[in-house]
Each structure stands twice: as structure tokens, then as C-alpha cells.
Design a protein around this ligand. Structure first.
Ligand code: ADP
Ligand code: MG
Length: 621
């Protein structure tokens, strides 16, 4: 009744003051004062002491305690960068870029000078760089240069994510630590599986950063929900109308869903504003996913205008990698996308899965960073208890290992089945990947790298793409294949806005090369080139300029590698069949036979497959 309402009002006022205090803090305090306010600051000296005394240290702390942004700076301040680099790996590209920018701001330097980052196809560092953020994939790739000697300290951040690259690095860095006594390794983790890491590194000490979190009230769905996108939008709108200030964070599985949700939000808000007699506050909807351009991603950190509530719609990227202050409400759909290897098809596929209990708890925790929060779980309590796995399955146990096998072979690891994996992948997956590499011609009958295999290792590409490129050399169409490979290495360049689908589809169809999506990509690039790489031309033809530009950059980096390998850029001068041969030599495992109208079967394993509606072949047969 009445009392209840007053209590609620009081509480929401309290939250409002809290939220304001926090944002005022961010506004009024200098960056160096903000640094001193982080939980990790109170244990700075103790932490540096433990690092001095031990070669490997596991650091555990709540998300947002300052691990990623502060550890590197502390090590720098303590003199470690006098003798080498301080490197910090991230499982996600976005995190590497955004954190490097933040740290270079905090150190009042220009990004790319003392503080820099490197992700695949993008190196923003220089000779003076002391602190280098990078994806774990980039570090893994540089291993072949025995480049690691440049590093004095390596921080393996977000180790709990257990990406394949992190897992491979674990095994390799353990050996480096044994060989180089001066080398330091720090492993950080947000959740509490730190003991496992400690054990793997021979009982390394675990350092806990004291947390500063508020309680989160968790509410479950009473019944399983049928359409969680719809349900999430509804829940967020309800919060917006009925609850006190505080930003909202929604977890969804991927870009498409997020875009659908954002669209639904815009519609709902329009309806509300026109139909409601009451004043509805402003709601700023901010999507975040890994393929979103960096400038749009940065928006989630910006303060919303006066009286505006932020509602961030994110993938699991916001689970631990990015921390946004001021979130008091979390809506968790309970799902996430995972890369899973399907041995029958011989391919990795991104699939939607229920997330683990650990992930759900981590998501809920995001609501309690600046004040007591609420988490709305769009799944039932019994689903949480009985259906969700306690922890996610490490990526290495569920994905294609061709890349890993190729790398370990090039590092002359004799027996892959005996490599020091924290959680060894299923033997079947290793053998399957070896078989695939053998089919591609990268491994010989004895399981050693062939000449082709050694060359494939040089390219930061999946083995199939590397093979395509190298076959281009044999067939005399390097120039064409190079473009195709570059276009395949960036997100789709076709722009398909929600309310102009037909128009954009028509524009896309104009680029079609009958019977080939790969040649269609080549065609797009060539036309863009003959239009002086113009932005306007892209806009007029529903193409993402930034995507094409990225493809152009990737291309020029691959050219550098080709040059060092002394492979000339031959061209087949529009003799498309030559290019088709190169494509087939790499993707023959995906070849399929036409069976009925629009129905195919894979030639190797008989798995039925269909054409994607966006394909140039769609509707042809
Ligand atoms: P942890 O790694 O322990 O999760 P971080 O070091 O990432 O913590 O974050 C510490 C603080 O720095 C957080 O309050 C976060 O909001 C802030 N921060 C991190 N990155 C950025 C950024 N790109 N822009 C603004 N603030 C940031
Ligand atoms: Mg972090």
C-alpha cells in the first residue's frame, strides 16, 4: 500500500543520489584521482610485493576493480618496463582497444606511443611502447618469432574466459617461465576458479583484491519464456516507467537480436510517448557487440544527458570485458553464443546455448557496482538450478583445432596429445584437425609440416584461407585471391538497414556474379577500387565503407607478408575459372551436390545443407 510506495520512493531517491554522486565523481575528479579510488589501489604495494617475490601470480578481483587498467601501470611504475615490455592479453579485440585508449589517457600519452595495442591486422605500437595490450590471438601468433623475449611481464587477463588462444598460451608460457627466471607471469580472473590456475602453475600464490560491491536482488521468470527478445524489451520498458533512476543492461546473444531489440525499443517508446498522459523520461538505447564500429562502442561509456536513462543492449562482451558504471538493473536472457566444432561437418559454427550458472552470476553482479541493484532473469529458477552447467566448457574442448595444431607443429611440439593443456581437448578433435590439415596438404604422412604448411603458418589466417592464397600463387591469381581472402576477413560489407531491406537487396543483387559469392565479393572490391575507393559510392550502393576500408588494410598487410616470402602478385585477368580452382582447392571439404530445388548434400559426409538467402546462388537451383 501507501507505506510500501513511500519506502520505494525513498529508496529510489537514495539510488538517484548515489548515481549522481558517481557520475559527478567521474566528471569532477581528475583521471589520477579516479585511479586512486579503484579497489586495487588500496592493495597496490602488497600486490607489487607478491609479484616481486614470485614468478607467477594469480590475481582475483571483481570486475571493475581495476585489474586491466591498473596492473600494467603499477608494473611500469615499479620499473619492470626498463628491461622489457609489459604485455597484457585480452580475449576480445574491443577490450584491447578500449582499455589501451583509457590507459594512455590516464598516463597522459598519445595512444600508440608508450601505451599501444595490437589486434589482428592492426598494430598501434612503436619502438618506445612500454605497455602493450593485445588479443591473446596476436600474442599466440607472434610466438613463432620467439618474440616473447621482448616481454618482461605478461598479464594474461580474463583467464577465466578460457579462449583457445589463452589455453595454448598457458602451456607455452609455463615453459617460458621455467626457461627464463626473470620473466613474470600474472594471470587474472574475475571468478573464483583461481585455484585451478594456481595448481597448473605449480601452486602459484593467489592474490585477492578486496571487492566493493552491493547486494543484487535476483528475480526469476515464473514460466519459461518463449520470445526472450520481446520479453527483455517489455521488462526494460516496465523498469523505465516504474522504477527509480539507474541504467539498464540487457544481455542477448548477438548482433541480429540486439538490432531487433533496439528497433522494438524505438517503436515502443514512440507509442508510449504518443499514447501516455504521463511524462515518460528519455531512454537512450545503446547496442554493443564485437562488430560494432569503435566510435559507437565508445558511446556506452559516455554520460547520458540530464534525466536520460541509458539502456545498454549487449552480448556477453559486457559480462567481464567492458565495465560501465551506473548500471542498477540487469536483464538476463540466459543465453549466449558459442563457437562449437561439429566434427561431422568439419566446421565451426556459432550456436546459441544457455549460459552457465557462473556466467549468469557474473551478469547479475553487473547490477551491483554502484549501488544495490536488481537482476531480472528471463528464465526459471529450476532452469538455473537443474539445466545450466556450473561453468562454461572451455573453447579448446569444443572448437576446430586446425590453427592450434598448425602453430604447435611449427613450435616443434612433438606429440600434440601430450602437450601441457590445462583441460586437454578431446583426442578426436585433435586427430580430426590433423586430418584436415593433411587433406589441405599442410601435414605430411608422418604428421610433420610440409613446405606448404610452413608457409601457411606465416599468415594470420585460418588454414583454409592461407591455403587459398598459396594456391593462388600456384595458379597465377594471387591478386584476385588476395582480395577474396581480405573480404572474407572482415564483417559483411553489405548494408541492410531494417526499413530499407528491399532496396538494399536490389542493390546487392547488382553485384552478383552468377554462381559465386566469392567472386561477388571480388567484384564489389574491384568496382569500389575503380570508383577511387569512394565513400559516396559505398553509400549509394548500400555498402559499408568502413568494412571495405578494413578489407583494403588487411589486403595491404597480406601483401607485406607475400613480399617477405617473395611471392609475386600475379593476376589471371578476369579468367574466373582460375580463381574458382583456387577457391575449391581450399574449400573442397565444403563442396556439395545439388539434390533437389535448393537442396544440397555435402559430398564428403552426406550432410544435407541449404543455401543462405543472401547467396548469389539463391533461387538459381
Ligand atoms: P577490471 O579489469 O578489474 O574489470 P578495469 O581496469 O577494466 O577493471 O576498470 C576500472 C575502471 O576503469 C572501471 O570503473 C571502468 O569503468 C573504467 N574504465 C575502463 N575502461 C574505460 C574506458 N574505455 N572509458 C572509461 N572508463 C573506463
Ligand atoms: Mg578487466
Amino acid at each position: 500500500g501507501d507505506v510500501d510506495f513511500k519506502e520505494k520512493l525513498k529508496f529510489s531517491q537514495h539510488l538517484k543520489e548515489k548515481a549522481e554522486a558517481v557520475s559527478d565523481f567521474a566528471k569532477s575528479k581528475s583521471l589520477s584521482q579516479q585511479r586512486q579510488y579503484l579497489p586495487i589501489y588500496t592493495v597496490r604495494d602488497g600486490l607489487l610485493g607478491v609479484v616481486r617475490e614470485n614468478q607467477v601470480v594469480v590475481v582475483v578481483g571483481e570486475t571493475g576493480s581495476g585489474k586491466t587498467t591498473q596492473l600494467t601501470q603499477y608494473l611500469h611504475e615499479d620499473g619492470y618496463t626498463r628491461t622489457g615490455l609489459v604485455g597484457c592479453t585480452q580475449p576480445r579485440r574491443v577490450a584491447a582497444m578500449s582499455v589501451a585508449r583509457r590507459v594512455s589517457d590516464e598516463m597522459e600519452t598519445v595512444l600508440g606511443e608508450e601505451v599501444g595495442y595490437a589486434i589482428r591486422f592492426e598494430d598501434v605500437t612503436c619502438r618506445n611502447t612500454k605497455i602493450k595490450y593485445m588479443t591473446d590471438g596476436v600474442l599466440r601468433e607472434t610466438l613463432k618469432d620467439a618474440d616473447l623475449d621482448k616481454y618482461q611481464v605478461i598479464i594474461m587477463d580474463e583467464a577465466h574466459e578460457r579462449s583457445v588462444d589463452t589455453d595454448v598460451l598457458f602451456g607455452i608460457l609455463k615453459k617460458v617461465a621455467a626457461r627464463r627466471r626473470d620473466f613474470k607471469l600474472i594471470v587474472t580472473s574475475a571468478t573464483l576458479n583461481a585455484d585451478k590456475f594456481s595448481k597448473f602453475f605449480g601452486g602459484a600464490p593467489v592474490f585477492h583484491i578486496p571487492g566493493r560491491t552491493f547486494p543484487v536482488n535476483i528475480l526469476y521468470s515464473k514460466t519459461p519464456c518463449e520470445d526472450y527478445v520481446e520479453a527483455a524489451v517489455k521488462q526494460a520498458i516496465t523498469i523505465h516507467i516504474t522504477s527509480g533512476p539507474g541504467d539498464i543492461l540487457i544481455f542477448m546473444t548477438g548482433q541480429e537480436e540486439i538490432e531487433t531489440a533496439c528497433y522494438a525499443f524505438a517503436e515502443r517508446m514512440k507509442q508510449l510517448i504518443s499514447s501516455s498522459t504521463k511524462v515518460v523520461g528519455k531512454l537512450s538505447i545503446l547496442p554493443v557487440y564485437s562488430q560494432l564500429p569503435a566510435d559507437l562502442q565508445a558511446k556506452i561509456f559516455q554520460k547520458a544527458g540530464e534525466g536520460t536513462r541509458k539502456c545498454i543492449v549487449a552480448t556477453n562482451i559486457a559480462e567481464t570485458s567492458l565495465t560501465v558504471d551506473g548500471i542498477l538493473y540487469v536483464i538476463d536472457t540466459g543465453y549466449g553464443k558459442m563457437k562449437v566444432y561439429n566434427p561431422r561437418m568439419g566446421m565451426d559454427a556459432l550456436q546459441v546455448f544457455p549460459c552457465s550458472r557462473a556466467a549468469a552470476d557474473q551478469r547479475a553482479g553487473r547490477a551491483g557496482r554502484t549501488g544495490p541493484g536488481t537482476c531480472y532473469r528471463l528464465f526459471t529458477e529450476s532452469a538455473y538450478q537443474d539445466e545450466m552447467l556450473p561453468n562454461p566448457v572451455p573453447e579448446i574442448q569444443r572448437t576446430n583445432l586446425a590453427n592450434v595444431v598448425l602453430l604447435l607443429k611449427s613450435l616443434e611440439v612433438e606429440n600434440l596429445l601430450h602437450f601441457d593443456f590445462m583441460d586437454p581437448p578431446p583426442q578426436e578433435n585433435i586427430l580430426n584437425s590433423m586430418y584436415q590439415l593433411w587433406l589441405l596438404g599442410a601435414l605430411n604422412n608422418a604428421g610433420g609440416l610440409t613446405n606448404l604448411g610452413w608457409k601457411m603458418v606465416e599468415f594470420p589466417l585460418d588454414p583454409t584461407l592461407a591455403k587459398m592464397l598459396l594456391m593462388g600463387k600456384e595458379l597465377g591469381c594471387v591478386d584476385e585471391v588476395l582480395t577474396i581472402v581480405s573480404m572474407l576477413s572482415v564483417p559483411s560489407v553489405f548494408f541492410r538497414p531494417k526499413d530499407r531491406e528491399e532496396e538494399s537487396d536490389t542493390a546487392r543483387e547488382k553485384f552478383f556474379v552468377p554462381e559465386s559469392d566469392h567472386l561477388t565479393l571480388l567484384n564489389v572490391y574491384l568496382l569500389w577500387k575503380s570508383n577511387e575507393y569512394s565513400v559516396d559510392w559505398c553509400n549509394a550502393h548500400f555498402l559499408h565503407f568502413k568494412g571495405l576500408q578494413k578489407a583494403r588494410e588487411v589486403r595491404s598487410q597480406l601483401v607485406d607478408i607475400l613480399n617477405t616470402l617473395k611471392i609475386p602478385q600475379t593476376s589471371c585477368h578476369r579468367e574466373w575459372d582460375v580463381v574458382r580452382k583456387a577457391i575449391c582447392s581450399a574449400y573442397f571439404q565444403n563442396s556439395a551436390r545439388l539434390k533437389g530445388v535448393g537442396e544440397y548434400v555435402n559430398c564428403r559426409n552426406g550432410v544435407p545443407c541449404h543455401l543462405h538467402p543472401s547467396s548469389a546462388l539463391y533461387g538459381l537451383g
